[in-house]
Design a protein around this ligand. Sequence first.
Ligand code: ATP
Ligand code: MG
Length: 248
Amino acid sequence: MFLLKGITVSAENIYKEYGSVKALRGVSLRVYEGEIYGLVGPNGSGKTTLLRIIAGLVKPSRGVVRVYGYDPYEDFKETRRYIGYLPEDANTYDLLTGYEHLELYAKIYGLGEDVVKYGEELSQLGSRLRDLASTYSRGMKRRLLLAIVLMRKPRVALLDEPTSGLDVHASVNVRDTIKRYVLETGATIIVSSHNMLEIEYLCTRVGLIYRGVIVDEGSPRELIEKYNASNLEEVFVKAVGELSREHY
Ligand SMILES: Nc1ncnc2c1ncn2[C@@H]1O[C@H](COP(=O)(O)OP(=O)(O)OP(=O)(O)O)[C@@H](O)[C@H]1O
Ligand SMILES: [Mg+2]
């Protein structure tokens, strides 16, 4: 397939049905190299489904997805080299230390000591890396899991709610890690969240997803201006309000 310059992830008219449930109803997006693209929407709006489709873990019912020109589902072997995926429900192994997690995944990826070092740095867990993961708080586990995803420097990182359940301090930490990662590597990030303020702070571009459709898209500033709103939360309410009058 012809690969447009700068576009790393594209989705054209994606549908996904689970039985009678329409999880996605014609989603299209294009994400460029070096972008942090945010998917925001309420529970059940299709964020995880879309990320799993881009990760090549789920086959769409209809539509075309490309990651660096490859179909992530059909060419899974090829695209898994580019893609790092943090699932919303990822967990750690109780009987391994944080450090052992980093070593284990470096081995699985066939990578060396420098990758473990980078993982240590990304996790910001310091000496706590020597403790069993069972002793970690939720925020510490999330930071370890994010480090595991990013340490092998994926060109495309798909992060499903990386800060869910974290306190303000831990969330700021994770957001800074994501921003720094993009600055250092020029990679592409797609991140999902319920937290509109977080997305406003973190993302270069945002897709507002509601009932399986991206209802609007743009930089946080563009959207705030377009809807004459004071923040992204207000944008969402206005965008979805218009849609619900039109279609439901
Ligand atoms: N494996 C599955 N089997 C059946 N239905 C599913 C499956 N996965 C998702 N769905 C349905 O698809 C819709 C979208 O779910 P999805 O998990 O993508 O939403 P989400 O935006 O990630 O929600 P949340 O914010 O709660 O994580 C929901 O109605 C959900 O019940
Ligand atoms: Mg989800």
